[in-house]
Design a protein around this ligand. Structure first.
Ligand SMILES: [Zn+2]
Length: 372
């Protein structure tokens, strides 16, 4: 490690210490991180000047004498914006450096591949920032989550069939957005959000059951991208030989059986209504749901055999899965050759419908915190 790294690391260590404790004095920091007081003082000054750490309050000195200054963590020193673009809506969020949602806006808007739509994206970002009277210089970036196969390095959509976005780049989506942007695969965004929120999880497979089915491999708190574009694309695992038509052109893909729209189509495209009527005992829906869970169990079993990790059931359907975990686990257990109990490795997602937008914004938060 060179001298620069070491100095830089001290600042980061101090920042993370205060972030974790919420509040700390110079003496606490020096003692616990084994740094000299002048070093701590110098790094703190820099963090205070940048507004990342506050120095307004004092704590009582138990030993008597002057009360030392308590340095506090400023979680909204910076914020990030996340956009979740789908066929029928644009969801936007503003999150703080802890990943808390400060503001969420849902807007119904049909996706269209034209300049008018891109303008709408720009307006959506400006509106959500204005709605809370936020100063523009606080915004570290805008994460844009879209369906489709994304080349994260090249920041473009290689193949977009869920919405017509093949060939579109980060620059295209950002035409009317005046902040740094990133283009992110929607299920990677929600998977990343999930693991960020569960501090005890380091490895997991996240299944996104939205209007298309995707997945994310999370290894050591990072999204594993593989060597190509297809890591985690479990929506196109073949569940049924020569089965139902998938939008990808193949037959029998998991997506054809497990996309959320398939359920919502029974209740006028309202997934919440599907689960409400299911709860009320609708016989037809009960059969459909049981079949759905059967297919989901196959998918979960295959993933478990492949990765042996925790499997998080997320996406639009994941929001409702909590109440059906017992029956889902039973179905998965019937397939397990090792007598494992699925209740020990299947988890319903924590997050709700804002997980995609939040996860997209979190890419900026993570980068910002790591660069301090
Ligand atoms: Zn497919």
């Amino acid at each position: 490690m060179n001298v620069f790294d070491s100095k830089h690391n001290n600042k980061k260590k101090i920042y993370h210490y205060i972030r974790e404790k919420g509040l700390a004095t110079k003496q606490d920091i020096a003692y616990n991180l084994q740094l000299s007081l002048p070093t701590v003082a110098q790094k703190l000054e820099d963090l205070v000047v940048r507004g990342l750490v506050g120095a307004e309050c004092k704590v009582a000195n138990k030993a008597g004498g002057r009360n030392p200054v308590a340095y506090t963590y400023v979680k909204d020193a910076k914020v990030a914006v996340g956009l979740d673009i789908t066929k029928r809506h644009i969801k936007s969020v503003i999150i703080d450096l802890d990943g808390n949602i400060i503001k969420y806006v849902y807007r119904r808007r049909l996706y269209q591949r034209n300049d008018g739509y891109l303008k709408t994206l720009g307006e959506t970002v400006e509106k959500i920032i204005d709605s809370i009277g936020l100063s523009r210089d606080k915004v570290i970036g805008v994460g844009i989550a879209v369906p489709g196969l994304i080349d994260f390095e090249k920041q473009c959509v290689v193949r977009g069939t869920v919405i017509d976005n093949t060939g579109m780049s980060r620059e295209d989506f950002s035409t009317y957005i005046q902040y740094p942007t990133k283009l992110i695969h929607d299920s990677n965004a929600s998977g990343f959000c999930e693991i960020w929120m569960s501090s005890e999880l380091r490895n997991a497979f996240y299944i996104s059951l939205c209007n298309s089915v995707g997945g994310t491999v999370l290894i050591d708190n990072e999204v594993y991208m593989g060597d190509g574009l297809y890591s985690g694309e479990v929506g196109h695992l073949n569940l049924v030989t020569d089965g139902m038509q998938c939008y990808c052109g193949q037959k029998g893909c998991a997506d054809a059986y497990l996309n959320a729209e398939r359920l919502a189509d029974y209740t006028n495209r309202d997934l919440g209504m599907f689960f409400l009527r299911l709860e009320q005992g609708d016989g037809v829906l009960k059969e459909i749901w049981d079949e759905y869970l059967e297919y989901l169990a196959v998918l979960i079993h295959d993933i478990r055999m492949m990765f042996g990790s925790t499997i998080i059931v997320g996406g639009y359907v994941g929001i409702f899965i909590k109440d059906y975990m017992e029956v889902l686990c039973e179905k998965v257990n019937r397939k397990n050759p090792f007598g494992e109990d699925a209740a020990g490795y299947i988890m319903p997602c924590n997050n709700n419908t804002e997980a995609v937008a939040t996860g997209a914004a979190l890419y900026f938060v993570k980068e910002f915190i790591e660069a301090i």
